[in-house]
Design a protein around this ligand. Structure first.
Ligand SMILES: CSC[C@H]1O[C@H](OP(=O)(O)O)[C@H](O)[C@@H]1O
Length: 326
């Protein structure tokens, strides 16, 4: 199983996801600043994974005598959309306020270990929605690489594969960071799961050809009414799925639900460096001096989502607000 994050005696080893699939290189983070940089630069990415990394970043910052409020806010400001970042930091802050520095390392390790268990539970619930034989379309990477292990949307796909050995996955490449073609395909190849990489603009063609049976994606922040933020391009997949009457599932842990938000209108959308769009494989593909937009997420309205798959079970949008947090 791919291990995107390894904690070993005060060093957090992060599989540098910018270098996959061609190189498997771990960067070793031993202090607060290196974790802040790793999250910002997307060496580590994926809502649950950045929550885990931030938890260890908080521990390292306090261990090294930094101000707790500054540690919290600097980590909080790394990436605004995934609520798991805030969820992990809040757990660490609670531990610090209750027990001081003594339990911070233990709390960070608990968050790490819980995430893997959560993903396996979530994936088992999700697998009950699949009978095997389906063509499943997914977007971005919501796999082991986006979490502490096993994955959410890709965790469900893993569990269905282990159960039926009979699925085919269509993987959106997911420009401009290519989480799908670089990361999801890497994970599926490692598992021996048959799949086809497609360009993002091919999803409608496949659906209109009757090839796609179900769509499953992850989430970075879910509001109480079920509106959900996920990688840019998710919204248009949901619209296409609705038009073609294809089930559209979101797989996410309860830690991705923001119980303070009534709707998705309030979800902050991260805009990233436009050079992620302007360059591909190190070559410039957009003329100089041209306006470029690079929102990293979009919000799918709850009425386009068939069901939410969590570690607590499968829910409809109207039930999200009643899910117990822990
Ligand atoms: C299991 S959450 C994965 C979620 O996070 C990704 O965003 P990024 O790669 O920018 O961190 C994407 O939205 C995935 O669905």
């Amino acid at each position: 199983m791919i291990r995107p994050i390894i904690y070993d005696n005060n060093i957090l080893k992060l599989l540098d996801q910018r270098k996959l699939p061609s190189e498997q290189i771990y960067c070793e983070c031993s202090d607060f600043d290196s974790i802040v940089e790793a999250i910002r630069s997307m060496k580590v990415r994926g809502a649950p994974a950045i929550g885990v990394a931030a938890a260890f970043g908080f521990y390292f910052g306090i261990r090294d005598g930094l101000n707790a409020d500054k540690v919290y806010s600097k980590l909080f400001d790394t990436r605004p959309t995934a609520v798991n970042l805030k969820w992990g930091l809040d757990r660490m802050k609670e531990s610090f306020e209750k027990y001081g520095e003594n339990y911070l390392e233990k709390t960070a390790i608990e968050i790490f270990d819980e995430d893997v268990k959560t993903n396996k539970k979530l994936s088992s619930h999700g697998a009950s929605l699949f009978k095997g034989g389906e063509n499943i379309l997914t977007h971005c990477n919501a796999g082991a690489l986006a979490t502490a292990g096993y994955g959410t949307a890709l965790g469900v796909i893993r569990s269905v594969f282990y159960k039926t050995k009979n699925i085919h996955v269509y993987v959106d490449e997911t420009r401009p960071f290519f989480q799908g073609s670089r990361l999801t395909s890497f994970e599926l190849r490692e598992e021996g799961i048959e799949h086809t990489v497609i360009c993002d603009n091919m999803a409608g063609f496949l659906m209109n050809s009757g090839i796609v049976d179900k769509v499953i994606v992850g989430a970075d922040r879910i509001a109480c009414n079920g509106d959900a933020a996920n990688k840019i391009g998710t919204y248009q997949l949901a619209v296409l799925s609705g038009f073609h009457n294809i089930p559209f599932y979101i797989a996410a842990p309860v830690s991705s639900i923001d119980f303070s938000l009534k709707s998705g209108e309030e979800i902050p959308i991260e805009y990233r460096d436009v050079n992620e769009v302007a360059y591909c494989g190190g070559s410039r593909i957009v003329p100089e001096g041209i306006d470029i937009l690079n929102p990293a997420f979009d919000v799918t309205p709850h009425n386009l989502i068939t069901a939410f798959i969590t570690e607590k079970g499968v829910f409809q949008s109207e039930d999200i607000k009643n899910i117990q947090r822990r």
